[in-house]
Design a protein around this ligand. Sequence first.
Ligand code: GLA
Length: 720
Amino acid sequence: MITYNKRTHIFRLETEHTTYAFRALRGKRAEHLYYGKKCGRILPMPQLPLNYGFSPNDADTDFLHSHDFTFAEYPGYGAGDFRSPAVRILGKSGTGVTDFRFVGHRIYDGRPVLEGLPFPRGTTDCQTLEICLKDSLNGCKAFLSYTVYPAFDIITRSVTLENAGRSAITVEQPASLSFELPGRDYEQITLAGSYHTDRFNLERHPLGQGTHRMISRRGASGHQLNPFFALVSPETEEKTGDVYAFNFVYSGGFTNTVEITPHGATRVQIAADDENFAWLLEKGEKLTLPEAVMLYTNRGLGEMRHQMHAFIDTCILPPLPEGTAPLVLNTWEGTWFSIDEEKLLHYADAAKGTGIDTLVMDDGWFGARIGDDAGLGDWFVNRNKFPEGLAHTVRCVKERGLKFGIWIEPEMVNPDSDLYRAHPEYALTVPGKEPALSRKQLVLDMGNTAVIDYLKKSLSETFAGCDIAYFKWDFNRHICDAYSHVLPAKRQRETKFRFMRGTYALLDWLRKTWPNAILETCSGGGGRYDLGMMVYGHQIWTSDNTNPGDRIRIQSASLLAYPARTMSCHVANGENVCEGNPRTMRFRYAVAAAGALGYEFNLALCSDEVVKTVKAQVAEYKTYAHLMQSGRYDEYLSPFTSPLYAYAYLSDDRREILLTALADKADTGRYTVYPDADERLSYRDTLSGKVYNGKELRRGLTLCPDGKDEWSMMLHLMAV
Ligand code: GLA
């Protein structure tokens, strides 16, 4: 799987279908050679046959050997390579010139533990190559780790930098991944949005010469650009074509760089945070950077999805305590901040007997929280709303046969809170500057251990004696004024990275303190939809946009990079449309059934008809929920290019298929989809009883929307 050829100095990393290779000679720069389809002999890159006169070369080589066009494994800055650096180090020379050379390597079974950061679990067959590079000018060592996950065709990469010199150095925006591909004709696919109810618009575009950066400066991955991106050939489609896909096991800001170089190659880099990120390393200190994930396939976007989903499911997401996702009723859109015990118990009474298993009390239960202007940070129950205390309320909910879930937003504080009044220095605010509010709140300095200790103490005290089955952990603003009151000026540019490490420490503590509770993460819905959060949380609130027409596109785009079971999807009332409108109820359900189903309106105020519909939907959903959780997702018609969205979840053995088609706007087109059924089998639709032959299904199934808004069709096919 990982080999080193002593004669050619070539390292080869092999997955089932791919090869990654580079060459490293002691004292020389590590030279990237190849990444793509599994291949036999790797040849060193040919030198450019022309005299690129302005490109510097080492004294012992000629102009055909410039660092300016050699493919690099971890390029430095200002030492002859004018393309994007993987890192810039400010050391004694004061110049920023950075030049890493190969020192040595080790290969071992398993994978490294990244202290203080989330990382994928290892598999029995994974193996790691660690190479050590040294920048003698600044006395800095870089340990580059490559972990190979053969079955998923995935290689993950992380970097640890160590100050091995005698004086302090500052490392500026170090990358976790850097390499390059020959050729420049890739198109880039990104998931872009603009604000919290608009996320995951799928964009695909060619790239011209120059440096293309996708940056989040928000201290969070954000709704605006997801860390996932892919480079694909122009002809790549669902089932064919080259795909290089990338992701980042990190939830803070990020910088994804794709540089189309002057010599017609494509350099790719992934780094945490933004251009302001810098870290001071005193003598002997180390900094470990988050892990990046990369995958190659020549079998199109469909195969990329299958492999990414399988990897995330197996190695990233925590297993569900009871094997299935909870089916929740959430109070937010039905009650907003005005929740109290009486209302909550009305919800519980109404949900009793519907098959819903968990009642989630959203925002509004703590401190002086009657609106969004007060209370964050004061994690004690509001006694006006819950006179007998939280434990009593939880007991009452449980007596009604439901589990209890609760909303928290630990990283935040309202200026109007006891916490802020007592400890203004716990918030990120720049001395001498009016702090910028967002949703009337400030961000806590999660890098300050006193803040983490306070949160641990208050959350443990508040939830003592309460049987919490589910937490919804929210994060409702982005980070600016990133000044930590416990760091010296020379370390302030570390604040956002330290913030993220503190948040991860608290997430880790929460999971260990309530090991059987489900954790749903959230950031205004979908704002931290990333692999970092997925290491801790079982699922994510997909979007605050619960309009089913918009959700179709948001969910299809989420599924490009992340498995279905990460998506928490609620049937919501929105504009009061589900009262007595069976078609709308059905459509909202058919959209939400793509993920972990839940409901988000005040069931206590609904007619018996609506409650009965909910009960029937829940019963239906439970018959195929396992397919969403562990099945394979195949997309037949994309909602970004077709008025009809059609997809299926298939069991591994293809004996069970859930095929769904959705059109939010009136449409009368005829569409043919080709489910990957087993041609030796016959299937019965458990919903209509109709029998289909596997061969027929493979030859194509014609779908005809009925010309009215909100058309949906679901076939649950079981082999007979
Ligand atoms: C965010 C979440 C919502 C809800 C509110 C509560 O917007 O996305 O689901 O929890 O916060 O304030």
